[in-house]
Design a protein around this ligand. Structure first.
Ligand code: AMP
Ligand code: ZN
Length: 515
């Protein structure tokens, strides 16, 4: 029987290739293949890099919430544009860092890979399903170069292999569409700064295999020379290997549109004969002092400096969740400028949201409900929060809608608004939706735990209990997914026996405890 799948909501997303918002339809019902370009690991990631990875974590989390099974691949660039310049003798980035730190090159790679994962862990990013390295996929990259040559899209000069962009530009009108570059720009483009221009037939051609020079420490045998793959090749080879010739989503920062992603498309068309990606997604830049945060210009802040308050622009430390909250207050396609005031405001808003959440969880419905317009308003705002997410993952708007509900939670708590003004179903829905948004969709962690509760009636909703209950509910869900009804019912009944009621709702299961 054909698999039927209906996501919780219909999702629209902006596709950088078509330059319009499109309703998302995955290639295979209920499944999503997503590839995001990962970090270059020769030094620490800065906060700008983190913005891109947090944005894709939010996208990943929302797709999970909608019910998709996702294979999320994010590579580690440990070769490619990290190598030196054969002609000028310029030292490669990894080699240079190894010399400076007196480490083996692979120690440099491991050290900064570990640091990268640890920072993203602090920011509560979920790990991808596969995290392949470029150096672990040299064979696949050599095979792809060969396919490109066999299909007539490449040529070899002095042991290096170049992608011939001419055919894609003039005959097939494929090259330049993602970045919006015009033919003339492309033909005079000289971005491939790795190699002697005289080896290329056209200025826009780019290297897919590079013959190593004496300064290059990372090199492999190939049919053309002892050398290394061009930077763009790893993502084409690894996305094809793990997600297929055609897959759903490819992401990265906007600065990767050209040349990196444009060249990825060219390579896939050249090797596999088809456009690889259905939806291209690009995040906008994090700026500092009105300029793109960047390693090379020195205009950057490291996450560790922010968490420790040790950067000169900061008067104090900001926790990982304040930083994550700061990021989700902006839509991923907007520029975000980091300032101390912005961080301080985010910190306050994060605390306010968590306090409201704890207050909400303590509210109990009593008496005969006579729903007023507040009931209606709350339900509309909750709907609008989801509408915002379904409209190209607008976390900023979703958050704004939840924020409008916060004064009502306070009013209900203080008795200024009678609990009977809303129905029990609305109260339950508020609890469920706030929980889902804060922890599952926004991926926030309650850093202050029970201390953030605005009211200290009873310790039942302490942070630890909340977290343990989430684990229990996840185990129950796993049992349900396996159709193991005995276990899922047993968990529910045992919880009921200790006064904990589990309710299954559209947005997931929630729990409440009777006094
Ligand atoms: P890199 O390690 O330089 O290859 O960058 C890793 C990811 O961070 C890429 O997707 C870049 O587009 C992204 N990135 C780099 N700088 C910024 C920035 N200032 N703001 C947002 N994303 C960035
Ligand atoms: Zn890439």
């Amino acid at each position: 029987m054909k698999e039927t799948f209906k996501p919780k909501y219909e999702l629209t997303m902006y596709n950088s290739l078509t330059r319009e918002k499109q309703v998302f339809q995955s290639l295979i019902a209920g499944r999503v293949g997503m590839y995001v370009c990962g970090p270059t690991v020769y030094n620490e990631v800065h906060l700008g890099n983190c913005r891109t990875f947090v944005s894709f974590d939010l996208i990943y989390r929302y797709l999970l919430f909608l019910g998709y099974k996702i294979r999320y691949v994010r590579n580690i660039t440990d070769v490619g544009h990290l190598v030196g310049d054969v002609d000028t003798g310029e030292e490669g980035k990894i080699a240079k860092q190894a010399r400076l730190e007196q480490l083996e090159p692979m120690e440099v790679v491991q050290k900064y890979t570990n640091l990268f994962k640890s920072v993203l862990g602090q920011l509560n990013n979920l790990p991808p399903s596969i995290e392949p390295t470029a150096t672990g996929h040299i064979i696949e990259q050599i095979e792809m170069v060969q396919q490109i040559l066999d299909n007539g899209y490449g040529y070899e000069t002095n042991g290096s292999v170049y992608f011939d962009t001419q055919k894609l530009i003039t005959e097939e009108d494929i090259y330049g569409n993602l970045s919006g570059k015009k033919q003339d720009d492309l033909l005079t483009e000289t971005r491939d700064d790795l190699k002697n221009q005289s080896e290329k037939r056209h200025a826009s051609d780019f290297a897919i295999w590079i013959k190593a020079g004496e300064h290059d420490i990372m090199k492999w045998s190939s049919p053309w020379s002892v050398g290394f793959p061009g930077w763009h090749l790893e993502c084409s080879a690894m996305s094809t290997k793990y997600l297929g010739k055609e897959f759903d989503i490819h992401g990265g920062g906007m600065d990767l549109q050209f040349p990196h992603h444009e060249n990825e498309i060219a390579q896939n068309v050249g090797a596999c004969g088809c456009q690889p990606v259905r939806y291209w997604m690009h995040t906008n830049m994090l700026e500092l002092n009105g300029k793109k945060m960047s390693k090379s210009t020195g205009n950057s802040i490291l996450p560790a400096e922010l968490f420790a308050g040790s950067n000169a622009i900061l008067s104090k430390a900001y926790s990982p969740m304040a930083v994550r909250f700061f990021m989700l207050q902006a839509h991923y396609r907007s520029v975000l400028n980091i300032t101390e005031k912005g961080l301080a405001d985010a910190e306050k808003a994060y605390t306010k949201l968590l306090e409201a959440y704890h207050t909400l969880q303590q509210l109990k419905h009593t008496g005969e409900a006579q729903p007023t317009e507040d009931d209606d308003q709350i339900n509309k705002l909750l709907d609008m929060a989801f509408d915002a997410m379904n409209d190209d993952f607008n976390t900023a708007m979703a958050l704004a809608k939840l924020n409008v509900i916060i004064p009502k939670i306070k009013a209900l708590h203080k008795g200024r608004l009678a609990i009977t003004a809303i129905s029990e179903a609305t109260l339950d829905r508020m609890k469920e939706v706030f929980h889902t948004f804060i922890f599952d969709i926004f991926g926030l962690v309650d850093e202050a735990g029970a201390n953030t509760a605005s009211d200290s009636t009873g310790g039942d909703t302490s942070n630890l209990v909340d977290e343990v209950m989430q684990v229990v509910l996840q185990l129950r869900q796993a049992a349900k997914d396996q159709k193991d009804w005995t276990t899922s019912d047993l968990i529910r009944d045992q919880l009921q026996a200790i006064g904990v009621t589990v309710k299954d709702g559209k947005e997931g299961a929630t729990w409440s405890k009777k006094d």
